[in-house]
Design a binder for this molecule. Structure first.
Ligand SMILES: Nc1ncnc2c1ncn2[C@@H]1O[C@H](COP(=O)(O)OP(=O)(O)OP(=O)(O)O)[C@@H](O)[C@H]1O
Length: 276
């Protein structure tokens, strides 16, 4: 069995609790993640699911080291990155990419789409043949070449999210964090974006952490699932096993809360639409 891309042991994250900040002095720390243990196997999509406030985004931010853990360890690709300073993280960052929930706010309004996609390439020393690389990235996500000279406000929500994906994948990263990337889109656009991500993840052998509160989406896309509640892991298993035989009452409740029409529209239909 290949070594997992991520090995996480006893992971804790504490942040200043701004709701309890005194007028003078520092806010007390609040523990958001309470000791998580899991692996992310290489080349597959792992879903992270749980109710609002369960700690999904905090976990994602810790994985890509936008947050520093307060305890435990994160091993990425055989290297302990738990407390690496930014200067030492920098060369690893090309392999730790993110796709954001809201491309409207994560894409710079004053830059062309070409310039947005080219930015990570330039920063990482791939400044030669930028035009060709941008053209390739646009083609990869199914956008016409004419979009290179457009701006974000000229694109639909789905097209903007394709740009977000193109930017994240421009450097062929080992890991991609996708945090609620379809939650602002209508159902048919959601299906198209998920189909695209599924296809690219398989083609490029990506390891993906896919955060969503939507279990029907998780079921369609992910090989394994981590269920979170109140900063802890309730249950983690292969997707089929989780849906067929959930071990915990909390997971059963989440599954039974999926509206039936959404199951039909959300994953049966798009699956049938996957191009041959
Ligand atoms: N910077 C912060 N300071 C203090 N508390 C925070 C901070 N960021 C998040 N929290 C708290 O940590 C908990 C987990 O938040 P997080 O955003 O990780 O949850 P989530 O599962 O991603 O939620 P959602 O699905 O609503 O995005 C919440 O109770 C939140 O209020």
């Amino acid at each position: 069995m290949a070594e997992p891309l991520f090995s996480v042991r006893g992971l804790k994250v504490a942040l200043p609790d701004m709701t309890r900040k005194p007028l003078i002095g520092r806010a007390p720390m609040v523990e958001i993640l309470k000791g998580l243990d899991f692996d992310l196997p290489r080349g597959s999509v792992t879903g992270i699911v749980g109710e609002s406030g369960s700690g999904k985004s905090t976990l994602g931010r810790a994985l890509v080291r936008l947050l520093e853990p307060s305890a435990g360890s994160i091993t990425f690709d055989g290297r302990d990155i738990t407390h690496l300073p930014e200067a030492e993280l920098r060369p690893l960052r090309r392999n730790l990419q993110m796709i954001f929930q809201d491309p409207m706010s994560s894409l710079n309004p004053r830059r062309t789409i070409a310039s947005i996609i080219a930015a990570p390439l330039r920063q990482n020393g791939f400044g030669d043949n930028l035009k060709g690389r941008v053209a390739e990235a646009l083609q990869r996500v199914g956008l016409p070449q004419s979009f290179a000279s457009r701006y974000r406000h000229e694109l639909s929500g789905g097209q903007r999210q394709r740009v977000g994906i193109a930017r994240a994948l421009a450097l062929s990263p080992k890991f991609v964090l996708a945090d609620e990337i379809v939650s602002g889109l209508d159902v048919s656009t959601q299906a198209q974006i998920l189909t695209l991500l599924e296809k690219l993840a398989a083609e490029m052998g990506l390891t993906v952490a896919f955060i969503s509160h939507d279990l029907s989406v998780i079921r369609r896309l992910c090989r394994q699932v981590i269920v979170m509640r109140e900063g802890a892991i309730v249950e983690a298993s292969a997707t089929d096993a989780l849906f067929e035989k959930p071990q915990q009452a909390y997971t059963r409740d989440l599954i039974s809360a999926i509206p039936l029409p959404e199951i039909d529209e959300g994953w049966l239909l798009p699956a049938a639409k996957v191009p041959a």
